[in-house]
Design a protein around this ligand. Structure first.
Ligand SMILES: Cc1cc2nc3c(=O)[nH]c(=O)nc-3n(C[C@H](O)[C@H](O)[C@H](O)COP(=O)(O)OP(=O)(O)OC[C@H]3O[C@@H](n4cnc5c(N)ncnc54)[C@H](O)[C@@H]3O)c2cc1C
Length: 511
């Protein structure tokens, strides 16, 4: 039987000229009821204005019928407890929720990123495209280049170039079962190296008009991003994108200049009015203390005692991260507001002073998992610094592609021992899909077994939007990250190969 695809899911599937080819591809692309998943996915993002915690969130009604995936899943319980999975009901493949085009694209990018032969030339080309001023190498001006990139790397990692494309991508993810998205605006203010070096001697007066224009462009792009999201989604923003004045103020740990402060307030107010939450990104160490100061000021202003609208980002690879997080938790307790925490390992390993970063990957892993556990249990345990006072309310985003870290956090939540319930999990679009899709599938299983449409963890995908040219620097960073985390990239590639084989076998009745 041919599956019925939702429009948003259908657009991702390849077109075929003959009915036979269409039938074959449809079956191949959806051998485990991707269609039903998409059709039955509960519309989690409400159009109301309030922000709900996972406990408070009103349960949408359960769909009358459940798809094959969920029905099979009903026989099993949560994946962390494999011992009670019914042996006669094999657990469905988590990647079955993805359309075929996504599986093929992921297979292609992870194959390139994990191949020493293909990676070198690809990185050289990406670097040239991201930094060139030659119009022929600008995807926004070169139609053929744009067409190729748009169908491949851009489609893998980005949301879209305009409102229509972004909404289609976001709707497709929600139809698959993601609770929502973390949306960012790709356009970056590009500073000359000379300007970056001379931040301390930055002359505000001589650059007045450029500064005003940089802040205006950043504000407009961020406000537009908030408008593109729905209640329950997140918007990610980078202060450094607002230009040189913002960077200079952050480096000096000065408060934002009046125009910047006004812009951040407008963004926060729009987010509150739309039920959207804001994730302030962590950046290089040269500006991070300033970012922390600004973030805490806006948390104090916009977070309620129970829940965060504004989140700071905590980089677990920093030796000082536990102490910084503990200090912010104390400030939240004393200020009477919930601390918004997006916990990451950190993306500036190549550029930040090495001595500030844990000596080994294992130390980073232990710190990351320790902080996740402390925040989930609301206990002052290591690597937090000891404190005998109360632990404030926390809203948490576990932002990681590390399967072990994600499973640990999931297991604490599933065990019922977590005191923090406002928890989301986030992975970048186009990366670690096997982990993201497993979170979606586990949530489906939990929903089926409890008959609660809001059961299970909340899985989010992080994507940026903007023209293909504007997204080139973001794409280059993803290429670097895939290269650096080669073991994880290989695991993703192997998972995609397994999924293609699984679909192939099931088309021929061999599965
Ligand atoms: C939704 C989301 C938002 C993010 N936002 C930010 C942000 O605002 N700011 C930011 O800085 N990062 C951010 N990141 C993190 C970053 O982009 C990488 O994804 C992250 O650093 C990779 O870690 P991981 O948890 O995915 O785990 P893994 O895949 O296990 O990470 C492995 C990588 O960690 C690195 N590493 C960490 N510590 C060490 C060490 N001591 N020695 C050697 N290598 C080490 C290595 O490069 C290694 O390849 C975000 C990630 C996500 C998913």
């Amino acid at each position: 039987m041919l599956p019925t695809l939702t429009p948003s899911a259908r657009h991702a599937l390849p077109r075929c000229s003959t009915l036979a080819a269409t039938s074959f591809l449809s079956a191949f692309s959806s051998t485990s009821s991707f269609s039903s998943l998409a059709t039955n996915a509960a519309p989690h993002a409400s159009h109301g204005r309030a922000i709900h915690t996972s406990k408070q969130r009103p349960s949408p009604p359960m769909p009358a019928t459940f798809d094959a995936v969920t029905t099979a899943a009903q026989a099993s319980t949560h994946s962390v407890d494999e011992s009670v999975t019914a042996p006669s009901q094999p657990k469905p493949s988590a990647l079955s929720v993805l359309p075929l085009s996504s599986v093929i694209r992921s297979l292609m990018t992870t194959t390139v990123s994990s191949s020493p032969i293909l990676l070198g030339p690809s990185m050289a080309i990406m670097t040239a495209l991201a930094h060139s001023t030659n119009p022929l190498l600008n995807p926004d001006r070169n139609f053929l280049l744009r067409f190729f990139l748009k169908k491949t790397f851009y489609a893998q990692f980005c949301a879209g170039e305009n409102e229509r494309e972004v909404r289609q991508t976001v709707d497709g993810l929600k139809a698959i079962g993601f609770r929502g998205v973390i949306l960012g605006y790709a356009k970056e203010v590009v500073l000359k190296d000379e300007e970056k070096k001379n931040l301390a001697s930055f002359d505000a007066e001589s650059r007045k008009e450029t500064t005003a224009e940089e802040i205006r462009a950043w504000t407009d792009g961020t406000l537009e991003t908030v408008r593109l999201t729905a209640a329950g989604d997140f918007v990610a923003l980078k202060f450094s994108g607002a230009g040189l004045q913002a960077l200079a103020d952050l480096a000096k740990q000065s408060p934002p200049a009046p125009a910047m402060a006004d812009a951040i307030d407008r963004i926060c107010q729009l987010a509150v009015s739309r039920g959207v939450r804001l994730l302030f990104d962590a950046e290089q160490q040269a500006v991070q203390a300033g970012i922390d100061d600004w973030t805490m000021a806006y948390m104090r202003k916009y977070n309620t005692p129970e829940q965060a609208v504004v989140f700071g980002t905590y980089q677990g690879y920093l030796k000082a991260c536990g102490a910084i997080l503990s200090d912010h938790l104390r400030q939240a307790r004393e200020g009477g507001f919930a601390l918004g925490v997006k916990l990451v390992r950190g993306a500036y390993l190549g550029s930040d002073p090495r001595q500030l970063i844990h000596d080994t990957q294992e130390d980073t892993n232990a710190a990351y998992d320790g902080m996740t556990e402390a925040l989930l249990r609301r206990q002052w345990m290591a690597p937090l610094t000891p404190d005998s006072g109360a632990f404030p309310a926390v809203s948490l985003v576990v932002a990681s592609h590390n399967a072990a870290s994600v499973e640990r956090a999931q297991a604490i939540l599933a065990s019922g021992s977590a005191a923090t319930t406002d928890v989301a999990f986030g992975q970048l679009q186009g990366m670690a899909d096997e982990i993201s899709c497993k979170l979606v599938l586990d949530a489906k299983i939990a929903q089926a077994s409890t008959q609660q449409a809001d059961a299970g963890v909340q899985a989010y995908k992080y994507l940026v939007w903007g023209s293909t040219g504007e997204c080139m620097k973001y794409l280059l960073r993803r290429a670097h990250e895939n290269r650096d985390a080669v073991q994880r990239t290989r695991s993703s590639r192997d998972a995609m190969v397994g999924e293609v084989l699984r679909r192939f076998k099931s088309v021929f009745g061999m599965a």
